[in-house]
Design a protein around this ligand. Structure first.
Ligand code: SF4
Ligand code: SF4
Ligand code: FES
Length: 246
């Protein structure tokens, strides 16, 4: 009983904010991410959540704030709830993806435009850049694709997590992340200098250096694989380097 009272008091002390999920009001603790707040409100993520750490791009969310005309786009696992937030989750952004065989592609400055002709419809409004939770220069990488500058497009889009928020807002209906994924693949295959250590490892794999280990892994049960994964070596975090002033 005493414990219940204590928990009740804790709840009272907790600062709560109002959020609206698909139009319905909920009170949730301030400081939660949108994802956690939705779970607190009773929603269960079956799709639309993956890493919960800002890497997989699965948790795209759009929202408005009270009294603010702007439509915001963000990641639900990385964004903190605010009082008066109107939210909706986007489990998936439909987008056509070109099919190709990288080995067969003929590389020239029209390659990307041939696979994705809609990039020529870009009106340079920069809406995609504003929507990107990774703060990428999305419009610039689309323009680089248009110019056939595959290296630039690959570099500018390197941190894309395929969340689809840019595609959702684009008036030219471009699927930016598919276009840039092709640019990165082409860059990796045909343009970037080859990493010596990677070539060496590929050779070793082809020569069968790891066949025995692979066979052993393939024969393990799910439980043994889990155990192996959980007890794997993890590099320790680098110690903080303190620079002392003179
Ligand atoms: S939102 Fe679409 S049209 Fe606007 S700059 Fe980005 S790619 Fe171009
Ligand atoms: S470029 Fe588009 S798909 Fe990639 S992270 Fe930014 S908004 Fe998401
Ligand atoms: S769940 Fe992976 S980025 Fe949010």
């Amino acid at each position: 009983m005493a414990r219940k009272r204590k928990e009740g008091r804790k709840k009272e002390e907790m600062k709560m904010v109002r959020i609206y999920i698909m139009g319905k009001e909920y009170k949730v603790p301030a400081g939660l991410t949108i994802m956690k707040a939705m779970e607190y409100a009773g929603y269960r993520y079956i799709r639309g959540a993956g890493c919960r750490a800002g890497f997989c791009g699965a948790c795209a969310t759009v929202y408005r704030k009270e009294g603010d005309y702007k439509l915001y786009a963000d990641l639900a696992c990385q964004t903190t709830v605010e009082d008066g937030m109107w939210l909706v989750q986007l489990p998936f952004t439909p987008a056509n993806k070109a099919t190709y065989d990288l080995e067969e592609i003929k590389l020239d400055d029209k390659t990307l435009v041939n696979f994705y002709p809609e990039i020529a419809r870009c009106v340079s409004c920069n809406t995609c850049t504003k929507a990107c939770p990774q703060e990428l220069e999305v419009m610039d990488y689309i323009q680089a694709c248009l110019r056939g500058d595959i290296k630039k497009a690959a570099e500018l889009s390197f941190d894309c997590i395929q969340c689809g928020l840019c595609a959702l807002r684009c008036p030219a209906e471009i699927a930016h992340y598919h276009v840039s994924q092709l640019a990165r693949r082409l860059y990796g295959k045909y343009i970037a200098p080859k990493a010596k250590h990677l070539e060496k490892r590929v050779e070793e794999i082809k020569e069968g250096k790891f066949d025995k280990e692979m066979k052993e892994i393939m024969e393990k049960s799910i439980e043994e694989l889990k155990e192996m994964y959980n007890s794997r070596y993890i590099e320790p975090e680098e110690e903080e380097i303190v620079v002392e002033a003179d």
